[in-house]
Design a protein around this ligand. Structure first.
Ligand SMILES: Nc1ncnc2c1ncn2[C@@H]1O[C@H](COP(=O)(O)OP(=O)(O)OP(=O)(O)O)[C@@H](O)[C@H]1O
Length: 233
């Protein structure tokens, strides 16, 4: 049995019917690629509990989490829009991942310090988001995600707005944190290069279905016409 098992997970938007089947092993980074509108973000939203599936099951570590509210699921999601509060310092922005009310205990503050250390921002506690670079702001957002100590990290086009060098740096950071914390990572990306660089395996999604998933090099070199059309080669 795989660590994450998604079976017959169904969802409909107007006339678009989706049905996902996917298996992910513990500790791997799976890239999710596919054309615009294929259902990549919807799949992550279903796993995160932000959308409710019409049928099917999501098992993580053997437990069916399909009926759990988002906060009770063993997953955390990093979006492209990091939603930092401009008037709050870095440590406070990260602390929001623990308590919306910002009443942090000593243990909570230690946890924030740990998360900032993980993303290389120790010493930045009191800076405002406006005093940070784009990459540093995304590091703050990563810290806020990992603070929740969930075993599954999902990235939804998280680094799409960053240039190539910075994107590579962020992927390296994610890989380092994944290794240290033994995370399982699902990464939706528009760029097959991200998959090539960081992903053990890749799933190609089209028309609301997983067309193929397997080792990244195999998927990217597959003769499947939909994959060839998507890659333009
Ligand atoms: N809130 C919504 N209401 C109605 N339809 C939606 C909504 N969100 C997504 N859809 C539709 O569901 C389908 C899948 O969208 P989704 O955003 O999951 O695709 P995607 O593969 O992530 O696309 P992209 O790469 O462009 O982000 C699309 O046809 C889209 O138009």
């Amino acid at each position: 049995m795989s660590y994450i098992e998604i079976s017959g997970l169904a969802f409909t938007y107007e006339d678009m019917e989706m049905r996902f089947d996917l298996a992910v092993e513990q500790g791997e980074l799976l890239a999710i690629i596919g054309p615009s509108g294929a259902g990549k973000s919807t799949l992550l939203a279903l796993i995160g509990g932000f959308e409710q599936a019409l049928a099917g099951a999501i098992r993580i570590g053997g437990d069916d989490i399909s009926a759990l509210p988002p906060a009770a699921r063993p997953v955390t999601t990093l979006f492209q829009d990091h939603n930092l509060f401009a008037h709050l310092g870095v440590a406070q922005n990260v602390g929001l991942g623990l308590h919306p009310g910002l009443r942090l205990s000593k243990a909570d503050r230690d946890q924030v310090a740990w998360a900032l250390g993980e993303v290389g921002l120790t010493g930045f506690e009191d800076r405002l988001p406006g005093q940070l670079s784009g990459g540093e702001r995304q590091r703050v957002a990563i810290a806020r995600c990992i603070l929740r100590k969930r075993p599954v990290l999902m990235l939804d086009e998280a680094f799409a707005a960053l240039g190539p060098a910075l994107r590579r740096e962020m992927l390296e950071l994610v890989l380092a944190i994944k290794a240290r914390e033994n995370l399982t990572v699902l990464m939706v990306t528009h760029d097959p290069e991200d998959a090539r660089f960081a992903a053990d395996r890749t799933a190609f999604i089209a028309d609301g279905h997983v067309v193929l998933s397997g080792p990244t090099a195999d998927v990217l070199s597959s003769p499947d016409p939909a994959i060839r059309a998507y890659l333009g080669s």
